[in-house]
Structures are given as structure tokens and as C-alpha cells.
Design a protein around this ligand. Structure first.
Ligand SMILES: O=C(O)c1ccccc1NCC(=O)[C@H](O)[C@H](O)COP(=O)(O)O
Length: 204
């Protein structure tokens, strides 16, 4: 089971996440309290391991801007978290994650429209397009399995609930942001605890 820690804004948290076993780090280039500048992302990504997934999160961003950020920072996966179409998602030269908001079984019908490398299934609720710390009904995914896609489960995951979520959904990767923060800042002990819980669940 792979783990993505999203909303990285400083090097210390990035390195601690890698040390504790994160497979992917997310950098938000969209309207968010976790928005990062191109220069800061470049500085952090420049010292991270080559094989780590460094994911740029975008919401309905212009293609030219996404390509510029990829070129300048070393981002190696693009996460499209807005209303991007299947055609938008298919047109990049590096792997793409399409985020879909899941509120009802109907929303899962969209899954088959996208041919991208990964699908991130998240809660629709909150102030921003993502990173709101709100879970959706994971039971929908247990009832209606997503076949043949790499599913990333996101939205309101915490150390306390990630084990149960994995048992229910069996995703390819779990993604967390708010659940590893204290007072709005990334908390290294929570990151360690979250990854430990995922590892524990895998060992069962
Ligand atoms: O994290 C943000 O602030 C954000 C803002 C705008 C669009 C997407 C954003 N995050 C995308 C992610 O992949 C988050 O990790 C995901 O939504 C889960 O967040 P959380 O519920 O806080 O764990």
C-alpha cells in the first residue's frame, strides 16, 4: 500500500515524510491555505529522492502553466483536482492523477470516462476543492468496486480511520493532508503514526 502526504510546504516535513516511508508528496499550486510557490517547491523537490512521486496539484489550471511548473520544479506527476475533462487529462507527457468528488453512487460512473494513470477519489465537501479533512461514504466503493484502475483514496483520512478505510476499499494508495496536521501545520509525529497504521494494516 502506498502513501501520499499532501500539502507539503517545507523541507523539514518533506524529509521527515520520506524518512517515515511516504511514497508520494503533494505540492498544491491552487487556491489553498497550503499553496506553495514555484521557487519554494523547486528548492524542496531538488533535494528529494529521484524515485519519489512529487505530485503537483492543480485546479482548472492553464496547460501552459502546468507545463512550466513541471519543467521548473521537478514535479513528476500531475494531479488535476478541478473540472478537467478526460481529454485534458490524456494530454500530458508525465503520469496524471484525476481527482473525482464522490458523493453518491452516480459519481462513480465518471470513473470509466478517464483513461489516466491514477484516479483519486475524494470528498466533494469544503472550502477548497480538496484538503478539507472531510470523508465521504467509503461504503460506496465497497459496494461498487472500481476495476482496472489505480485508486487513490483521499478525504478525511486520519491515523484512527485509515486502517478501516483500507479494509473496506483496498485502494492502491492512501492520501492524507488535514489528518496529519495540528493547528493547521503538518505534524511529523502524526505523519509517522499515519504511515505506521498503513504498514500495520498491510501486515494483517
Ligand atoms: O490540500 C489542499 O489544500 C488542496 C486544495 C485544493 C485542491 C486540492 C487540495 N488537496 C488535494 C489532495 O490531494 C488532498 O490530500 C486531499 O484532498 C485530501 O485532503 P484531506 O481531506 O485534508 O486529507
Amino acid at each position: 500500500m502506498k502513501v501520499k502526504i499532501c500539502g507539503i510546504t517545507d523541507l523539514e516535513t518533506a524529509l521527515a515524510s520520506v524518512e517515515h516511508g511516504a511514497d508520494a508528496l503533494g505540492f498544491v499550486f491552487a487556491d489553498s491555505k497550503r499553496r506553495i510557490t514555484i521557487d519554494r517547491a523547486k528548492e524542496i523537490i531538488g533535494v528529494l529522492p529521484k524515485d519519489l512521486l512529487k505530485i503537483g496539484v492543480f485546479v482548472d489550471e492553464q496547460r501552459e502553466m502546468i507545463e512550466r511548473i513541471v519543467d521548473e520544479t521537478g514535479i513528476n506527476v500531475i494531479q488535476l483536482h478541478g473540472n478537467e475533462s478526460p481529454a485534458d487529462c490524456a494530454s500530458f507527457s508525465i503520469p496524471v492523477i484525476k481527482a473525482l468528488s464522490i458523493e453518491s453512487a452516480n459519481d462513480l460512473l465518471k470513473v470509466d470516462e478517464y483513461e489516466c494513470d491514477y484516479l483519486l477519489l475524494d470528498s466533494p465537501k469544503g472550502k477548497y476543492r480538496g484538503g478539507n479533512g472531510v470523508a465521504f461514504d467509503w461504503g460506496l466503493l465497497a459496494d461498487q468496486k472500481v476495476e482496472g484502475k489505480k485508486v487513490i483514496l483521499a478525504g478525511g483520512l486520519t491515523c484512527e480511520n485509515v486502517g478501516g478505510a483500507i479494509q473496506l476499499v483496498q485502494p492502491y494508495m492512501v492520501d492524507v493532508s488535514s489528518g496529519v496536521e495540528t493547528d493547521g501545520k503538518k505534524d511529523k509525529e502524526k505523519i509517522k503514526g499515519f504511515i505506521n497504521e498503513v504498514t500495520k494494516e498491510e501486515g494483517k
